[in-house]
Design a protein around this ligand. Structure first.
Ligand code: RIB
Length: 343
């Protein structure tokens, strides 16, 4: 008999699975009335998230693995926190694997986790899918987080990279009148990089601006990539007016290059990016940013995984897309003081 999932509760109430996940995990980000309705519906539908009871019959390690690509990035630290909090709440341990954006390392971890006979994996992959083939072949429960991987139709919980990039670019064009906007993206093999370029392109087209490939550079989500490319385009005669950095670390590299050229952000170069540096922003609110709900991404991905590990017969492959919070600060050229737009 198919058990009730958070997805069923979400459908019944017409709210997002992320809201159900937050309400059931006691998050304070859910309105009291909504929390009450979710609790009542969960009770009425006899939702029992006790995965241990349902899975006692078969051998379980009560351990899941999380594969992320840069443990030093606060975005992934928050994803990992959401995964581990949720797994431990339901009696599972979590093994963390950091691939450092290296597909060879990812493959080593995939083979190791199969040997360790974990019950399932949450994966933010840095590869093009080949590293994940053994998981498919072995029928291992997997939920993708943050990044989709083309050929695999597993459940996935991702951020709306295209929508966030569109909103940031539209802000630079519509509010600050910029037309020459450089993009420094992550690897094109990664879904978030390609989606961010697509959102940037959609905003240009909407405002009748040409998409100029010489302003778009794909590289990797690291500070030295941002620094190296920005050094080039800041030393040329035709400097862009603005830059959309694919993530926080690339943005830091751009700021370092600008400082070396004696240029000011935003006066000489406006800058927007993804993934807030929350602690830094508390002390020095500077970056205009698309802030992804990383903790919820990790927590929801884990709940979807535990439902599959618990033996729920779920036919559909579930895809949840979470909107980023667009926080407008100084780096785009706006006056100090935080404004928030919808992603
Ligand atoms: O910081 C790494 C980036 O890659 C993040 O924006 C995240 O979305 C991931 O895809």
């Amino acid at each position: 008999m198919k058990g009730v999932t958070i997805y069923d509760i979400a459908k019944e109430l017409g709210v997002s699975p992320a809201t159900v996940s937050r309400a059931l995990s006691g998050s304070d980000k859910v309105k009291e009335e909504t929390r009450r309705k979710i609790a009542e519906t969960a009770k009425r539908l006899n939702y029992t998230p006790n995965y241990l009871a349902r899975s006692l019959k078969k051998k379980q390690s009560y351990t899941i693995a999380l594969i992320i690509s840069d443990v030093t990035n606060p975005f992934f630290t928050n994803v990992a926190r959401g995964v581990e909090d949720t797994a431990s709440r339901f009696g599972f341990n979590t093994i963390f694997c950091n691939t450092d954006e290296d597909p060879d390392k990812e493959r080593v971890y995939v083979d190791l986790m199969l040997k360790k006979m974990v019950d399932g994996l949450v994966v933010s992959s840095c590869g093009d899918g080949r590293t994940l083939l053994p998981l498919k072949e072995k029928g291992m429960p997997v939920v993708l987080v943050d990044r989709k991987v083309g050929k695999f139709h597993w459940d996935c919980v991702v951020g709306d990279s295209e929508g966030g990039a569109y909103t940031l670019t539209r802000h630079l064009i519509e509010v600050h009148g910029h037309k020459e906007i450089a993009v420094l993206a992550g690897p094109l093999t990664i879904s978030t990089s390609a989606e961010r370029i697509a959102g940037y392109k959609r905003a240009l087209i909407e405002f009748g601006l040409p998409f100029r490939s010489e302003l778009v550079t794909a590289g990797y989500y690291k500070e030295d990539f941002g620094y190296r490319i920005a050094k080039d385009f800041l030393s040329g005669e035709k400097r862009p007016q603005a830059c959309f950095a694919g993530n926080n670390f690339i943005a830091i590299g751009v700021v370092r290059a600008a400082q070396e050229h004696g240029l000011r952000i935003p006066e000489d170069l406006a800058l927007v990016t993804f993934d807030d540096l929350e602690l830094a922003s508390l002390l020095f609110p500077f970056f205009t940013v698309a802030k992804q709900p990383a903790y919820t991404m990790g927590s929801l991905a884990t709940q979807l995984l535990l439902e599959r590990i618990g033996g729920e017969k779920i036919k559909e492959n579930r895809e949840v897309v979470l909107k980023p919070e667009i926080i407008i600060r100084r780096s785009c050229g706006c006056e100090p003081g935080k404004q928030v737009l919808s992603g």
